[in-house]
Design a binder for this molecule. Structure first.
Ligand SMILES: [Zn+2]
Length: 111
């Protein structure tokens, strides 16, 4: 233990989405709170999700890996910060992973 905040581990570094337009403050998370440093909302905020969908439009598996890694990191950080009534793993899964555009459609598209 060193200090009151969790120590970052070896998961992915939250460096996406990039700033858009360039020069603006990027919609990236402030650790260990996982709020957006641009708009202050829980990360990934709506803007971050939109930008991630665009950046990873052709790389859905990479987006899934990135979000899953950050889900794991955030679960660790937020539990350490608030072990009693913080968000549950299920809530964090919905927030970080389940919104992703890489899921299969319920109905296969026509060919
Ligand atoms: Zn934001």
């Amino acid at each position: 233990m060193c200090g009151q905040f969790p120590v970052p581990r070896l998961g992915p570094h939250p460096d996406r989405p990039r700033a858009y337009p360039p020069g603006r403050r990027p919609h990236l998370p402030i650790r260990p709170l996982w709020v957006c440093r641009a708009c202050g909302l829980p990360w990934p905020c709506a803007e971050a999700r939109l930008l991630l969908k665009v950046e990873y439009a052709d790389q859905p598996v990479e987006l899934a890996i990135y979000l899953s890694g950050l889900y794991h990191e955030a679960t660790h950080d937020l539990f350490r910060l608030n072990p009693h009534d913080g968000p549950t793993p299920r809530e964090l899964f919905a927030r970080f992973v389940a919104w992703g555009p890489y899921r299969r459609p319920l109905v296969e598209p026509d060919r």
